[in-house]
Every structure is written in structure tokens, then in C-alpha cells.
Design a protein around this ligand. Structure first.
Ligand code: ADP
Ligand code: MG
Ligand code: MG
Length: 901
């Protein structure tokens, strides 16, 4: 026997398990698991993710050959459990064919329901169930989905409606009907005929009638959908590898569209937006599959409490609510109870918030999916901490539950409460995903970048809109509930979203929306409050969010487990203080050149650069000294008690000089030299490759007086603070060292200057002198350098530039292509290239510590705040990472997770 490609489940038994997600995909593994723990699930089977890879290599025909025997047996397995027959006219088995990758990619790939129907089977189904309407409703849905997914009948342009929906809308108009459920059997028959005709007309093919032909077509379509544009984009956004592939789940249909004792819905065991521990969800009576999330009818709430909250937001009276939109708790109390128990059981079993799909067929409950629910950053923190407090999970599990980069959402601004009070509310919808967003209105996802800040407004969103949703600041939809596509995707992205704002009428052709009689054009400003569902006119002010509560608790836990400490990259006292509030324990990189640009200073800097003698340079530097000293005092004070690594002047000097005629002239007058002299010096400073030119310690070597002045400013600042009883801990860092001698010479200048200052002042402080390792050679000769240096700080930005030989400032031209073609998996300037650049970090650390075991080592590139890079630094034994202030909490959590893992 060859390798097993198909795994069956059904009736309390399964060949798979929850921990087989790699092979069976998340959906398949959990369908198996639900069977094993006694949750009612329609029987079926899963074709493994490995077959997807085979499919991509071998193609349709070969893969059908490989699968045929196993699939036929598995179909027989379903037939046995359901007492039906696939393709049979009298007692047909209908199945769904569903995608399901290892990591959930909601709505990104395709699913086909009611497969197995044709003109004869539909009659059989009608007879068997005594429900002709249901049979034809299922048939028209099947042709619609199959036509779209397998046969490729799609809208021709973005302004066009879906071709099937167009036919449906036309019929509704002709008949004066509003809802799908109002169609008569004859209407549905008419729709089926029109659908088939449309398929034939656009694709030139007849709709397939053989159930196996349908099945194989659907299986291939699911495999193909792994490579569709939106799935590819979703994977890139979420760092899911292309090689994983999707599994295919084939499962007996259960029907929520069999009449008024049938229903379908989606539920969450806790609130995915806020994390609140309340069961919630939406459902529709006499509906199927995606009806609830597609926003075609207004979905109803599952719980009574939720239903009342919803009605209030929609300004619907209690009377109207009970009549038109009652909760499941009210319409089907016994089934509600059963569903409630199942959700409790599932959450206890998986020990995480679950997102589930269910269908009720003539009074019987079936579960169709469970997965760890997507949630906002705030909900993520609250749920993990609640479960930890309730002892459902331990400290370490709680930490590992958190996605470090999602903490970012908690640091975003919220609306200023005063500004909100005076803002004009245009309309309200559902608070689908919290946050504050302000932007200019656009109506098409592919135009979300039309203005700098946009709000994407749609009747409802679809998976094709993913990229635009990512780009927009916020999303507003006219239809759809809390489980609509827009809502779920926005929460996953941590993007502000208001859904189901029924007061909005959209005209895509005219590019306008009308709210309460007022017309808004594309480009008009609006603001969204994703926490209340309010839509405001114009721009509304925002303020800093609150960092206490559960967020504080997470940080406490993180510090308990993290081995590495987290510092920040900060050049100003303000940034230093922000970072300190976020828990930074020191500064890993303080760039001094930023201090050279402000006001009067730039003049002195230019004088220094343009001076033709050492004397002239010294004179200019003397002017700079007080400014620098003051800057350092501010920063050291803000970081009192913690180390502050100050990097000596690094950039090429020509960045500071004036390039325009007028500024050159003004400078010449001020310095009392002819303008030609200025012009010549500026020309002299031009370099072909400034990033590899006269910069870094090369400046300090050629002009030691610069190093002297900066050292003096640092040491004097620390001594001044000491006098005031403030504990300053300077660490002086020499940039861009490639040889031991460079460092040694600079260190000598630094020590000499420091000693001189100590003598002058009759006082002393402790300080360190170390270097940045950012030239590959420095990593290779790290043992030599470590003999002289107190610490190493890997400058992974330059180290990446020089290891790859990519100029970061010019990489925009080719990096996107490299990522597209898979030459690189990730942008190496964002995610540390562990395989290449990482080797240099490892080697440099090992060689350095080989001669000086106590050598302090950290990194200060952008990577210091990127979770996978932080994890790498932990494994490599670094003492700290340093990152921008707003990434400090992320790095702290990532450092703790690395320790726990
Ligand atoms: P997605 O991954 O996009 O959620 P699914 O495969 O879960 O797609 O299916 C789409 C919809 O069809 C869901 O609402 C699901 O519950 C429903 N569905 C799938 N299989 C069946 C089935 N066998 N019987 C009834 N409904 C089904
Ligand atoms: Mg699903
Ligand atoms: Mg550098």
C-alpha cells in the first residue's frame, strides 16, 4: 500500500486528530477531533495537504488517479453512515467540498455546497424530503457556487455585480420580492435554467451532470484556490508559507434551508472584539452556509442579551426586534441550550476562544467547524489573562497565546472623549472591530491608496477586497453583521470597522454614499468609532490609549520569564520617556547626528565641516559642545539608573552641508570666506558611495577632535547630573569599526578625554566604551576587537546592507520583485536573515565572548522589535535587544516567549 492520502471521520470516530493540522489542515483536524469528543458532526473525509503539493506538481489527471480508490472508499463510508448514495436519483448523498489550510485563512479559498445534484437528482431529493422548494433552492445555490468557483463565472469588472446575483436581483425586481426566501418553486426553477444558460454562454461548456465529475472538478478547484490572488496576499500578510498547501474536506451536507425548523449560524465562545466572556453569534432561519456572513439578509443574534444590545445600536424597538429579529434563544430554546453546552465543551477542550459554524436541520443541531477564533489585540490580551485567572491555562501558556506583534494595536490612539462629544454622528452601525479611524472615503478596495488616509466604504466586503482593507485606515459597510466578512477580517487585522450601517445607501457608479439625505462624495472625510459603531462627519481628534489593566499584567508576566532585557533606540528625552513608560530598560542606540540639525547647531556643524584647519574645526566644535552636553543631560536624566549607549557621529559629512546656492552664500558671509571656498568643499565631500565612504569611525580617525568633543559632552553631562544626585550611565559606542586598530585608536581618544575631564572636575563616573558590529569583517575578527571593547552592539541594519550588498535606500526597486519571485521569503530589513546575517551575529558573539566571557552583547537594528528576530537573539545568547519606543512591549513579550518556548 502506498501513502495514505484520505482520512475519514463520522459517527464518533475519526482517523485524524486535532494535532494533525499539518496533514489535515485546521478544519479537517478539528472535524476529526469534534467527532472524537462527541460533538455532532456530519460524516466525511479529508484529503491531505500533501496532495495539494502533488497536485501542483502533477496536475489534475494524475492526482485523480492517485486518489480515486481512496476517495471512492471514503464516499462509501459516508454512504454507509447516512444511508444514502452519491448520484442516486431516489436517495441521493449530497456533499460539501471545503478547503482548509494548516493555519485558518477565513474565506480566502473556496467551498462548494450541495454537490451531487443534477436535473434528475433534484427531483429525487424533492420527493424524498417532500420539500420541493428546498430541493430547488439547494440546486440553484449549487449551480451558483460551482459556476463561480469551478467554471469561473465571475463579474466582468469591479462596478459590475456578480452575474448570478444580477439574475437573482432582476427576478426579485420583476416579482416585487425582497428576500431569497420569498421565491416560489417556479422562480427557483427559472433561476436554475437561467444560471445554466449563463454558464454555457460565458464558458461554452454544459454544466456537468455526473456526480463524480462534479466532485473531481470541485477538488481541483479547491487546490487551485490555494494559489488565487487573495489567498496569496493573505499568506504574505500573515507569514504563511506557500508550500503548505490546503487540504480538501468532503462532507455530507446538512441543510439549514429545509424550512422554519432549520437554520444556520456562526458563533464565538467569547467576544472577539473586546474579549468579554460572553457567548455570542448570529444565525438565520431557513438559510444555508455563507448566508449569515455574506450580508444578504440581516442576521439575527443568538443570545437574547446580544439581540437586545444589537437592537439598541440599530435603533430597533423591542417590539420590532421580537417580531422581526428574535434571538435563537427565543425561537429555538432547546436547540439554543444544546448549542450553548457544545460551545462550553469546545472551549474547555481547546482551552481557547472558539469560532464555530453550526447548522440546524429540522430541529437537529450539527457542528461544521471549530477553530481558535480570530480576535483583536485587546481581546487577545483579555482572553488570555481571563483564562489564566480562571486557571484554564497556566502563566506560560497565557504568554504563548499572545501574538507579540498584535500588541501594537493596543498602543494605537483612540478618539479623544471631548472631541467625540462634539463630533456630529452621521449614523451608527455595529461595533465590529474597535479603534479610531479617520480618512477620506473610497468605494473600491483597489482604490484604497487613492488618498493618504482612506476609509473603505462598501455595501459589504468580499475576500477580493483584502488588500484594500489592509491599506485603508478603517472599513465601513452598509450591510452585514458582527460575523460578516468585513467584521471578521478587520478584527484579524486589528483594523477599525463599523459594519451593517443600514442608514447608508451606496451608488458605486456615481461614487457617492447617501446618509440621511446627505450625499457624500469620494474623497470626503469621515471618522469611524469601531468600539461604539458611530460614524462621524469629518476628522475627529485622537489621544494616547491607556496602558494599565490586563496589558500591564501581560508585561509583568513577560518580565518574569524573559532572560534578555529590552532597550530602546531613542535620540531625544521625549522618546526615552515614552520607551521607559513602555518598560524599556535603557537606551541601546542614541544617535547623535540627529542632534546636529536643530536650529543654531547646524550652523556650527557646517562651520566645523567647512573649516580648512584643525584650529577652525576646534573652534566650531567648541560652539557645539554646550548643545551636545545639554542633549545628553536630558537623555541621561530620562533614563536615570539605566545604561545609555551613545553612538559617536556616524553619517557622511556631506549630509550636513548646504547644497543650494542661497544657503551657501549666507554661510560664506557668516564665516567670512568666499563662496567658492564653500562650494569647493561641498564638491570635495561628494562621494560615489557615501554609505561606504567617509563615515562612522573613519570620521573620528581623520578628525579626532570630533570624538574628543563628543566624549567631553557625554562625560561632562554625566558629571553634571551626578552633582544633582542623578545616576547617569553612559556607554560610548564607536560606529562602523572593521579592524581592531580602528577601535583601539578611538578608545584611546575617548579614555584620554574622559580622564582629562575627570581631572578638571575632580570627580569621576563609570562609563563603558564599546563598538557597533555592523561591518561583516568586524564580526569575523570579533575576538580581536573584544580584547579592547566593553560591549558589542550588532547594528543589523548596516550589517544586513553589507552582508547582502543591498543598499536599503535603493532596495525598493528590486526587493518587491525578489519577494514576489520567492528569491527572498521576507524583507531582510524587517525580519533578520537568520541564515546569513544571523551567522555573523552568532559568530561575532561567540568569538567575542571567547576572549571576554562577560562581554555585553545586544542588537540595535530595526530587527530588535520584530518577534522572530528577538527569538533568534535569545537563542544566540544576546543580553538585550533595542528597538523603537513603540515596539518595546512587543519585544518584551517576544523575549519572554523565547524563554518559555
Ligand atoms: P470557510 O473556510 O470559508 O469558512 P467552509 O468550508 O467553512 O468555508 O464553508 C462555507 C460555509 O458552508 C460555512 O458556513 C459552512 O458551515 C457551510 N458548510 C460547509 N460544509 C457544509 C455541510 N456539509 N453542510 C452544511 N453546511 C456546510
Ligand atoms: Mg468556515
Ligand atoms: Mg550603521
Amino acid at each position: 500500500m502506498g501513502k495514505k492520502r484520505v482520512y475519514t471521520f463520522g459517527n464518533g470516530k475519526a482517523e485524524g486528530r486535532a494535532d494533525m493540522k499539518e496533514l489535515l489542515g485546521g478544519k479537517g483536524a478539528n472535524l476529526a477531533e469534534m467527532n472524537l469528543i462527541g460533538v455532532p458532526v456530519p460524516p466525511g473525509f479529508t484529503i491531505t495537504t500533501e496532495v495539494c503539493t502533488e497536485y501542483n506538481e502533477l496536475g489534475h489527471e494524475k492526482v485523480v488517479d492517485l486518489l480515486k480508490d481512496e476517495v471512492e472508499k471514503a464516499i462509501a463510508h459516508i454512504e454507509g453512515l447516512t444511508g444514502t448514495k452519491f448520484g442516486d436519483k431516489n436517495n441521493p448523498l449530497l456533499v460539501s467540498v471545503r478547503s482548509g489550510a494548516r493555519a485558518s485563512m477565513p474565506g480566502m479559498m473556496d467551498t462548494i455546497l450541495n454537490l451531487g445534484l443534477n436535473d434528475e437528482v433534484v427531483d429525487g431529493l424533492a420527493k424524498k424530503t417532500g420539500n420541493e422548494r428546498f430541493a430547488w433552492d439547494s440546486y440553484r445555490r449549487f449551480i451558483q457556487m460551482y459556476g463561480d468557483v469551478v467554471l469561473g463565472l465571475k463579474p466582468q469588472s469591479k462596478e459590475d455585480a456578480d452575474p448570478f446575483e444580477e439574475i437573482i436581483d432582476k427576478l426579485k425586481e420583476d416579482k416585487g420580492i425582497e428576500l431569497d426566501t420569498d421565491f416560489s418553486v417556479e422562480d427557483l426553477k427559472g433561476l436554475v435554467a437561467q444560471f445554466k444558460e449563463a454558464v454555457k454562454k460565458q464558458t461554452g461548456k454544459d454544466f456537468p451532470t455526473s456526480s463524480y465529475e462534479q466532485l473531481w472538478g470541485a477538488v481541483s478547484a479547491v487546490f487551485n484556490s490555494w494559489s488565487n490572488a487573495r489567498a496569496v496576499y493573505y499568506r504574505r500578510l500573515n507569514g504563511i508559507p506557500d508550500e503548505w498547501g490546503t487540504a480538501v474536506n468532503v462532507q455530507a451536507m446538512v441543510f439549514g434551508n429545509m424550512g422554519n425548523t432549520s437554520a444556520t449560524g456562526v458563533a464565538f465562545t467569547r467576544d472577539a472584539a473586546t474579549g468579554e466572556n460572553i457567548f455570542n453569534g448570529e444565525y438565520l432561519i431557513n438559510a444555508q452556509g455563507e448566508d449569515v456572513v455574506a450580508g444578504i439578509r440581516t442576521p439575527q443574534q443568538i443570545t437574547l442579551e446580544g439581540s437586545r444590545r444589537w437592537a439598541k445600536l440599530q435603533s430597533i424597538s423591542e417590539e420590532e426586534r421580537t417580531k422581526k429579529y428574535p434571538s435563537l434563544e427565543e425561537t429555538m430554546p432547546a436547540l439554543y441550550k444544546e448549542l450553548f453546552d457544545v460551545q462550553e465543551k469546545l472551549e474547555k477542550h481547546y482551552k481557547d476562544m472558539q469560532d464555530l459554524e453550526f447548522t440546524i436541520q429540522e430541529g437537529k443541531l450539527w457542528l461544521l467547524q471549530t477553530r481558535n477564533g480570530k480576535r483583536t489585540g485587546a481581546a487577545m490580551v483579555k482572553i488570555a489573562m481571563d483564562m489564566y485567572r480562571d486557571k484554564l491555562i497556566d502563566e506560560k501558556t497565557a504568554l504563548l497565546r499572545l501574538e507579540a506583534s498584535k500588541l501594537d494595536e493596543l498602543l494605537h490612539p483612540v478618539f479623544d472623549s471631548l472631541a467625540v462629544r462634539s463630533a456630529k454622528v452621521l449614523t451608527t452601525g455595529l461595533p465590529a472591530s474597535p479603534g479610531a479611524a479617520t480618512g477620506q472615503v473610497v468605494f473600491f478596495a483597489d482604490e484604497a491608496d487613492k488618498f493618504e488616509q482612506t476609509i473603505l466604504v462598501r455595501t459589504e466586503t468580499s475576500p477580493e477586497d483584502l488588500e484594500g482593507m489592509h491599506v485603508a485606515r478603517g472599513i465601513l459597510t452598509a450591510r452585514g453583521g458582527m460575523t460578516s466578512h468585513a467584521a471578521v477580517v478587520a478584527r484579524g487585522m486589528g483594523k477599525c470597522c463599523v459594519s451593517g450601517a443600514g442608514g447608508i445607501k451606496l451608488d458605486y457608479h456615481a461614487r457617492t454614499m447617501t446618509i440621511g439625505g446627505r450625499v457624500f462624495q469620494e474623497g470626503d472625510w469621515i471618522s469611524l468609532n469601531g468600539s461604539t459603531g458611530e460614524v462621524y462627519e469629518g476628522k475627529v481628534e485622537t489621544r494616547k490609549p491607556d496602558m494599565s489593566g490586563d496589558f500591564g499584567l501581560v508585561m509583568e508576566l513577560a518580565d518574569k520569564f524573559a532572560r534578555m532585557s529590552v532597550r530602546t533606540n531613542a535620540d531625544t528625552p521625549k522618546d526615552a520617556r515614552i520607551a521607559r513608560d513602555f518598560g524599556a530598560k535603557g537606551i541601546g542606540l542614541c544617535r547623535t547626528e540627529h542632534m546636529f540639525f536643530e536650529g543654531e547647531r547646524i550652523k556650527a556643524v557646517r562651520e566645523m565641516i567647512l573649516a580648512s584647519t584643525t584650529e577652525g574645526r576646534k573652534k566650531a566644535l567648541t560652539k557645539l559642545l554646550p548643545y551636545q552636553r545639554e542633549d545628553f543631560e536630558g537623555i541621561f536624566e530620562a533614563m536615570e539608573g539605566y545604561g545609555v549607549t551613545v553612538r559617536l557621529l556616524d553619517p557622511p559629512l556631506h549630509e550636513f552641508v548646504p547644497h543650494q546656492q542661497a544657503t551657501q552664500k549666507a554661510l560664506a558671509e557668516e564665516m567670512g570666506v568666499p563662496i567658492e571656498q564653500i562650494r569647493n568643499t561641498v564638491a570635495d565631500l561628494e562621494e560615489f558611495n557615501p554609505m561606504l565612504g567617509h563615515r562612522g569611525c573613519r570620521l573620528g580617525i581623520t578628525y579626532p577632535e570630533i570624538t574628543e568633543m563628543q566624549t567631553r559632552a557625554i562625560i561632562e553631562a554625566a558629571l553634571n547630573l551626578k552633582k544633582k544626585g542623578i545616576d547617569a550611565r553612559p556607554e560610548i559606542m564607536v560606529p562602523l569599526v572593521g579592524t581592531m586598530k580602528e577601535f583601539k585608536l578611538q578608545a584611546e581618544v575617548i579614555h584620554k578625554t574622559a580622564n582629562k575631564v575627570f581631572e578638571e572636575r575632580g570627580d569621576k563616573i563609570d562609563y563603558l566604551v564599546g563598538t557597533m558590529i555592523e561591518i561583516p569583517r568586524a564580526a569575523l575578527v570579533a575576538d580581536d576587537i573584544a580584547r579592547e571593547a566593553d560591549f558589542f552592539s550588532f547594528g543589523t541594519n548596516d550589517l544586513t546592507q553589507m552582508t547582502f550588498g543591498y543598499s536599503r535606500d535603493d532596495a525598493g526597486k528590486f526587493l518587491p520583485v525578489y519577494l514576489d519571485q520567492g528569491i527572498l521569503k521576507e524583507d531582510p530589513f524587517q525580519v533578520l536573515d537568520q541564515k546569513g546575517v544571523g551567522q555573523l551575529v552568532e559568530l561575532g558573539t561567540k568569538r567575542g565572548r571567547g576572549v571576554k566571557p562577560e562581554l555585553k552583547v545586544g542588537i540595535c537594528g530595526e530587527h530588535g522589535g520584530e518577534p522572530s528576530s528577538v527569538e533568534f537573539c535569545h537563542r544566540t545568547g544576546l543580553d538585550y535587544v533595542s528597538c523603537s519606543p513603540y515596539r518595546v512591549p512587543i519585544a518584551r513579550l517576544a523575549a519572554a516567549q523565547a524563554s518559555v518556548r
